[in-house]
Design a protein around this ligand. Structure first.
Ligand SMILES: [Zn+2]
Length: 428
């Protein structure tokens, strides 16, 4: 089962500013402060990826490119998420907005807090009333893959126009970094049948709020996912507003998954799963000292990887294999965000910053191909890659660049010692 699509459009317009100003008309509905996660203890300054391993690449859409272009939302510090609720004449909500809100929060905010090691403090701000759309749902033509066309009086543009008009009197859009629009759960098909959830991130969509800022970095959440952590559709969709691409194939190709359950940008159904270290670096959740760069032609070297659930330490070793590709190693072990991880070890994957979202821009190397995997029997998890991690004693050698990752040992403190042979100089 696959999750939602990203519908990021081309970057073109100026960055939205979130300047704080006096509020407009008095709010007709109070927006209560939501109990979000605790503020991080001590400094948690985010650092933008830099250095020779911070690869350039696609900049006009979500991508694995290390730097995230202007227009996307910042993924560190305090991020304010305006959260709106909509229903339709033919699908009137049968629960309160607060009950619908509680399906996602505070869980999604806590997920970001834990995954970012406290660097992302997510503050959802719900407007706790159903905004009633004027037309029946079918009249908007909302389908999987529906576009945001500012020239259209249907689709997401028409829907967003109505939402903005309905919320503008109560909300100052300048106060928020991202927008969640959560539909009544009975609107549209079940998520198990058709996944409609989508995010329009990055560029100016051609719709302005009454407060003068572009309407963008907006996630539309439909229906309900089954399973133990269905709130993660928010984490997946919001991550598009932070610049991350889809790792599952969006072109309908019949191929095994590229990353599987090792990142929620591939699979966000089933048991929880943490983001890969490359994504954490891109989002500003790792300090510069937590990313080791093994440049082509360099000497072999040993590193100690601290597993993803533990804050601090070296999180990824990056080996650039070209100007737009790299091999990455990280340690993955069971933790609060990876409760079902069944083969701890060193995960090796390739990133390609010139491969489009949905085309396989991050691919995990399987240490045990054709094994059938170790997390089996969950219909929302593709099993084969679940035992992809390399264990002590194993070595992976990239046939093209001859870069190699050897897992030397698991230390008593749970860290992993690895030896890296960097890629050949000629491959750069
Ligand atoms: Zn997506």
């Amino acid at each position: 089962m696959k999750q939602c699509i990203s519908a990021a459009l081309a970057v073109g317009a100026a960055t939205a500013t979130a300047a704080i100003a006096l509020c407009g008309p008095p709010a007709t509905t109070a927006i209560p402060a939501t109990a979000g996660p605790r503020a991080p203890e001590g400094p948690a300054t985010a650092e933008r990826p830099s250095g020779p391993c911070a690869l350039g690449g696609i900049t006009d859409n979500v991508a694995e490119t290390a730097a995230t272009p202007d227009g996307y939302a910042r993924a560190h510090g305090t991020v304010r998420a305006l959260t709106l609720f909509i229903d339709f004449p033919d699908a009137r909500a049968t629960i309160t907005p607060r009950a619908r809100f509680a399906e996602f929060f505070p869980a999604a905010a806590e997920f970001f807090h834990t995954s970012s090691y406290g660097r992302l403090v997510y503050r959802p701000a719900p407007l706790l009333k159903w905004l009633h759309m004027a037309r029946p749902l079918a009249a908007y033509g909302i389908r999987r893959g529906a576009a945001f066309d500012p020239a259209s009086d249907g689709g997401y543009h028409a829907l967003s126009q109505e939402i903005v008009r309905a919320a503008d009197a109560s909300v100052d859009f300048r106060d928020y970094d991202i927008v969640n629009v959560i539909a009544a759960p009975n609107a549209g098909p079940a998520a198990t049948r058709t996944v409609l959830s989508v995010t329009f991130s990055g560029s100016d969509l051609g719709l302005r709020t009454g407060d003068g800022v572009p309407f963008r970095n907006a996630s539309f959440i439909w229906s309900r996912q089954p399973g133990p952590s269905p709130f993660r559709v928010i984490n997946h969709e919001n991550a598009h507003s932070f610049g991350l691409p889809d790792l599952y194939y969006t072109d309908g190709r019949n191929a095994p998954p590229a990353a599987g359950h090792w990142d929620p940008m591939d699979e966000d159904w089933g048991p929880a799963n943490d983001f890969t270290g490359w994504h954490k670096w891109k989002l500003g959740w790792l300090g510069a000292g937590q990313v080791a760069c093994a440049q082509p032609g360099g000497p072999a070297a040993e590193f100690t990887l601290t597993p993803m659930p533990s804050p601090g330490g070296t999180k990824i070793v990056v080996m650039p294999t070209s100007a737009r590709t790299a091999l990455v190693a990280e340690a993955r072990t069971r933790g609060p965000l990876d409760p079902a991880l069944c083969r701890p070890g060193v995960l090796v994957y390739r990133v390609a910053t010139d491969v489009a979202s949905g085309g396989g821009p991050l691919r995990v190397v399987d240490a045990t191909p054709h094994s059938g995997g170790c997390l089996t029997g969950n219909r929302y998890v593709h099993a084969e890659l679940t035992d992809a991690a390399f264990r002590p004693g194993a070595t992976y050698t990239d046939p093209r660049s001859h870069a190699a990752v050897s897992v030397l040992a698991r230390n008593p403190d749970g860290t992993y010692r690895i030896r890296i042979r960097p890629p050949d100089a000629r491959t750069r």
